[in-house]
Design a protein around this ligand. Structure first.
Ligand code: ADP
Ligand code: ZN
Length: 733
């Protein structure tokens, strides 16, 4: 007779207790009992009772902390029939939680979905040919049997279609036992890409670039490469080679793209190269589709995902490569709940699992440039545009010398060029990174300015909708006719331009032209996709758009790009402003001249000597980066130093400021780390909440996380309306 542990220890001591991470802001997992005969392991996705609710959680590593009397614990309700989060994924989630100072459950939540995603999809009924043959053979029956004799199972409709018969023929055969019913897994969301579907002939500098990249990728261990090359130089084609190599090695691939919902053209290019589309992952997917994609990524059915930043938290079965396209893009930074930069966390994920990561940009972030200069990242350059496409000729329009006409914002120089471009049957793009009609409305009689009641920001007029809106909280009201302050009618004036106002000006000058305004507030993603396609087909003459138009689109007939206000992003005093403006303007002007046509990019500016304008016009990116990097180094700003921003908000100004001061006073004294503030945050009031900011600056090698944790632990507790947001490596500082 063998004794099992139940006999030895009795049922209480033997109860297996495990920590389960729940999607909530708790510092660690909650303890649950594993019922007899239930098999769980670290990473298992489970359903557990929490108060009156059932919630999805994941069994975590390490022993239970044993602080709760096991008799009081509840039991795990159910283990889902899906692969557990593997060790690398759990290490990654812990790492992100620790780095961003976020409760681990909130990070794990990004890897989980609704419970319906976890149970396998029901099997699908299908037909398979048996050894039996029909008593009487007919021509149609013969066709069915021929079609089905490939050894695979078929759906009834699929087989009828393939054999060109009606399904009653198949019913007849089934009745005679020629077909048997089998149950097969549901069809994949996407068919598997084929690395050898359409291998391109790489040309010129692409060959060396691809060879360099493949050396890194085929080593199959952790490395970071930075592909740095002008727009249209063939970067995508080069990293497709890395994808092909990874697919041949039997590994999954993740491609991160900013604004994925708008890059239908990318999906098509991928299909042309690999014969099938990648699975998409972004917030505009229907919930059912998301669940399917999630499941098929965990089972390995999906081989390639193209996704927004959140795709980084998909639990891939066997991920072997991450590409981060447009790695400099601010869209990679999430500033909500978990504050993380997907570009940086992609590198972390590659390091944990030991696979290569490839960053791609025409205008790399200063951080990545520095990393490639010091040899931490492998630099891969593509200096020229592919084929006979030439970069647009770029110039500035000095607005002091060529001012716009009364009430306008477009210089006569730009208007002339627009006329020329559309006269040749080509397209012009006017870029202004400002939605709506005018950023500020005021009363000419009493000077009243329309301000948001809940935020420290002006209300923006949206004339197409007849509203004024707050761009921070969404507050809106009908555009009034009279001033609410002095009551005077018809003396409200719009100050400054938004895209709607530029459209009005364009229509005044070019009444015959077909004009399209592209702005996220005017249309949903579906409409935008259609408009982008229409533009690519030449169904518009003049496009006026916000930064939506900057990314990844290929407009073959676009030969003129005009930047309405090149100075716009430079004014806000942020040390990153020059870098951001340079990146955005390069990207927008890069929309021009994607084919052999001669093209022109013009920047309207009041500061033609500004280093950003000079860098763009001269094409001398090196000088610009060198200057930026030197300035950062001098001020010990990232990547030469470390920063974290702590925003304290509360319903009252006093509470917010008081709490921020309390945190500052509680901070430990650490050599090399200093705190600035508290000061009013750049937006001092949002949605009625007052905001104060502490900026923590550390030397490059300082342990920022330990410092911040110690400060929070020693500081005042979050009480009442007070809330604290930590942003490690903030975007603006
Ligand atoms: P980037 O990603 O640097 O902007 P792309 O990879 O989009 O550049 O290439 C620009 C254009 O050149 C695209 O239309 C692409 O199809 C084409 N192209 C690039 N490399 C090749 C190649 N080796 N053979 C054929 N066409 C290519
Ligand atoms: Zn507001």
């Amino acid at each position: 007779m063998t004794l099992d542990s139940t006999d030895l220890f009795g049922d209480v001591l033997d109860r297996r207790v495990v920590p389960v991470l729940l999607p909530m802001p708790a510092p660690r997992g909650y303890s649950y009992v594993v019922p007899d005969r239930m098999a769980v392991e670290p990473g298992s996705i489970v359903q557990v009772p929490l108060g009156p609710r059932l919630v999805v959680g994941v069994v975590w590593d390490g022993p239970d902390d044993g602080t709760v009397d096991p008799k009081k614990l509840k039991a795990i309700e159910k283990v889902f029939d899906c692969p557990p989060l593997n060790r690398d994924m759990r290490t990654f989630l812990d790492w992100v939680a620790n780095y961003t100072i976020t409760p681990p459950g909130l990070v794990a939540r990004m890897a989980l979905r609704a419970p319906t995603a976890f149970d396998p999809e029901p099997m699908v009924e299908a037909l398979r040919l048996t050894e039996r043959r029909p008593e009487r053979m007919t021509a149609t029956r013969e066709r069915v049997i021929a079609a089905a004799s490939d050894g695979y199972s078929w759906t009834r409709s699929g087989l009828a279609h393939a054999a060109g018969v009606s399904s009653s023929v198949i019913d007849g055969l089934q009745a005679q036992g020629v077909f048997e019913t089998v149950f097969v897994p549901p069809p994949p969301v996407v068919t598997a890409p084929d690395p050898d579907f359409a291998v391109p002939r790489l040309e010129g500098p692409q060959r060396q670039a691809a060879a360099d990249l493949l050396t890194a990728v085929e080593a199959r261990n952790f490395s970071v490469s930075l592909i740095d090359g002008v727009t249209g130089s063939g970067k995508t084609e080069v990293y497709f080679e890395a994808i092909a190599a990874t697919l041949r090695a039997g590994k999954q691939v993740l491609i991160l793209l900013p604004e994925i919902a708008l890059t239908a053209s990318f999906m098509e290019r991928f299909q042309d190269r690999f014969g099938a589309k990648p699975a998409e992952w972004h917030s505009d997917l229907a919930p059912r589709t998301r669940e399917k994609v999630w499941r098929q990524v965990t089972t390995g059915q999906v081989r390639v995902v193209a996704g927004a930043r959140s795709a980084l938290f998909l639990p891939f079965e066997d991920l072997g490569l991450i590409i981060v396209d447009e790695e400099h893009d601010p869209a990679y930074k999430q500033e909500d709940r978990v504050f993380y930069n997907a570009r940086d966390m992609a590198v972390v994920r590659g390091r944990i699992s030991g696979f290569p990561v490839v960053l791609v940009s025409a205008t790399p972030s200063v951080e990545s440039r520095v990393n490639s200069e010091i040899g931490r990242y492998r630099p891969i350059h593509l200096p020229t545009r592919f084929g006979d496409a030439a970069l647009p000729h770029l110039g500035v329009i000095d607005m002091r010398r060529h001012p716009p006409g009364r009430g306008g914002f477009l210089s006569p120089v730009l208007l002339t060029e627009i006329g020329r471009a559309i006269g040749r049957g080509e397209q012009a793009l006017l870029f202004l990174n400002r939605r709506g009609y005018a950023p500020l409305t005021l009363c000419r009689v009493c000077g009243h300015r329309f301000q948001c009641p809940d935020c420290s920001s002006w209300l923006v007029e949206h004339r197409f909708r007849g509203q004024i809106q707050c761009h921070h909280c969404g507050y809106s009201e009908r555009m009034p006719e009279a001033c609410p302050e002095c009551g005077t009618l018809d003396h409200l004036v719009a100050c400054g331009p938004g895209v709607e106002r530029i459209a009005e000006e364009v229509e005044r000058h070019f009444p015959e032209a077909r004009t399209i305004v592209l702005s996220s507030d005017l249309m949903g993603v579906k409409r935008l996709r259609l408009e982008l396609e229409a533009i690519a087909k030449g169904e518009a003459d003049i496009v006026i758009g916000t930064q939506l138009v900057a990314k990844g689109h290929n407009f073959p007939m676009m030969t003129l790009v005009g930047i309405v206000d090149a100075d716009l992003g430079l004014a806000n005093g942020d040390p990153r402003a020059a870098e951001r403006t340079y990146q955005l303007l390069s990207q927008v002007t890069g929309r021009a001249g994607r084919t052999g046509l001669k093209s022109l990019g013009l920047l309207q500016t009041y500061q033609p000597q500004h280093p950003v304008m000079q860098a763009i016009v001269s094409g001398d990116a090196e000088a610009f980066y060198e200057r930026e990097i030197n300035e950062r180094e001098r001020a010990a700003l990232p990547p030469f130093g470390r920063l974290a921003s702590i925003i304290v908000s509360a319903d009252s100004r006093q509470d917010a400021e008081g709490h921020a001061r309390g945190l500052r006073n509680a901070a430990p004294r650490v050599d090399g780390i200093s705190i600035l503030g508290p000061a009013e945050a750049p937006l001092a009031l949002i949605r009625g909440r007052h905001r104060f900011r502490l900026l923590v600056h550390g030397r490059r090698n300082s342990d920022m996380q330990s410092f911040l944790k110690a400060m929070i632990a020693a500081g005042p507790k979050e009480r009442g309306s007070v809330s604290v947001q930590m942003d490690v490596d903030p975007q603006s500082f």
